[in-house]
Design a protein around this ligand. Structure first.
Ligand code: SF4
Ligand code: SF4
Length: 356
């Protein structure tokens, strides 16, 4: 590779939602996880809805919002309907639109008069994501999701914790979104990590061209491979895409000998109370053979509900309760019963590195 090409990759910026240090859920040991933004699937239960779109967005936190109206005034697209307020003096609760009072005294006076408010309404279809509203909000009620980084910047953050990887058997993980939506970036990070002898993990849906996976997995020590639903029609219904390519890629990866852990989420209405599901995952894992180093059963949790609200999106699982270890114990028992694979519930804390 020429020096110029190296420079081009180093300077290229890409969207991430986060770089999480000291992660213990994205592979063995202590890890730094780079969360790339963008995913081709639309899983109805998605726990990281802010990572789906491959561009910068913003959260609106209604609890922090004081209904000052500055965001609506700043929006050049007219995408924000100002907050509505009702004042004490309005005998018939006349509704007026809030304007942003310029002085602190004026703000205090307004706040004293207000009896009831509606937050601003944001029409995200009109939004061009210029972020002028976010800059105008003085109350942290609007916050950016995602930041642009170069490969150099991201990798520096990964390298900074190298000593923890050595002592814990950890390393670098790439997650998302779907990391394979930005394959050149993922590849560059992985190449650098392997050059520095850092253990590498990719958490993927496997929904990508085989050529992409084939190239990337030359630099991956362990794949966390999400098998959401085995039945194709059900998979389409809940994720928006067929799982043909996902299952086919898993077979090719197994043939190539890439170590992988199968990750299977158990979700209400999808595969909870369905003991055929762990049986079907077990049968598929057996088909893949020794490449499968274990199966992680992940019970549904509802921590993402607030994120959907803050993104102004509907959440298909709103109000559904968390599932716990005891709720999926039968799933673990079924997978462990034959002794072919070891299942875990909730991830792989304490599981050794599964290297090539
Ligand atoms: S600027 Fe911030 S605090 Fe004011 S109405 Fe908009 S979101 Fe709420
Ligand atoms: S980010 Fe969207 S809503 Fe906010 S000011 Fe820009 S166009 Fe308006």
């Amino acid at each position: 590779m020429s020096g110029k090409q190296e420079t081009d990759k180093s300077d290229r910026k890409f969207w991430i939602t986060n770089i999480q240090r000291f992660s213990v859920n994205d592979g063995p040991g202590i890890r730094t996880t780079v969360f790339l933004k963008g995913c081709p699937l639309r899983c109805a239960w998605c726990h990281n809805p802010e990572a789906i779109n491959p561009y910068q967005e913003f959260f609106h936190n209604a609890e922090k919002c004081v209904r000052c109206g500055a965001c609506a005034e700043a929006c050049p697209e007219g995408a924000i309907t100002p907050p509505r307020i009702r004042k004490k003096r309005d005998e018939f609760s006349e509704t007026t639109y809030c304007t942003n009072p310029e002085s602190a005294a004026a703000r205090a006076k307004l706040e004293a008069e207000i009896t009831e408010t509606d937050p601003p309404k944001i029409d995200r279809d009109k939004c061009t994501f210029c972020m002028k509203c976010v800059d105008a909000c003085k109350y942290d009620a609007l916050t950016r999701i995602g930041r642009l980084v170069t490969v150099d910047e991201a990798y520096q953050e990964v390298k900074a914790d190298e000593m923890f990887y050595e002592s814990s058997g950890g390393g670098m993980s790439i997650s998302g979104g779907e990391p394979l939506m930005q394959p050149e970036i993922a590849l560059e990070l992985l190449r650098r990590a392997k050059k520095d002898n850092i253990h590498t993990v990719i958490d993927t849906t496997g929904f990508a061209k085989w050529e992409t996976l084939d190239e990337i997995t030359d630099y991956v020590d362990l794949l966390l491979y999400d098998i959401k639903v085995i039945d194709e029609e059900k998979h389409k219904k809940w994720t928006g895409v067929s799982n043909k390519i996902i299952l086919e890629n898993a077979r090719k990866l197994a043939k190539k000998g890439v170590p992988m852990r199968i990750r299977s989420l158990v979700v209400h209405n999808v595969n909870y109370w369905d003991l055929n599901y762990p049986k079907s995952v077990l049968a598929f894992a057996k088909e893949l053979g020794q490449s499968v180093k274990g199966i992680d059963i992940l019970p549904y949790h509802n921590f993402a509900g607030e994120k959907y609200e803050n993104l102004g999106r509907q959440y298909a699982f709103k109000g559904f309760p968390n599932l716990f270890k005891e709720d999926v114990q039968d799933y673990e028992d079924i997978i462990n019963s034959e002794g072919t694979f070891k299942a875990t519930i909730g991830g792989m804390i304490g599981v050794e590195q599964n290297e090539r």
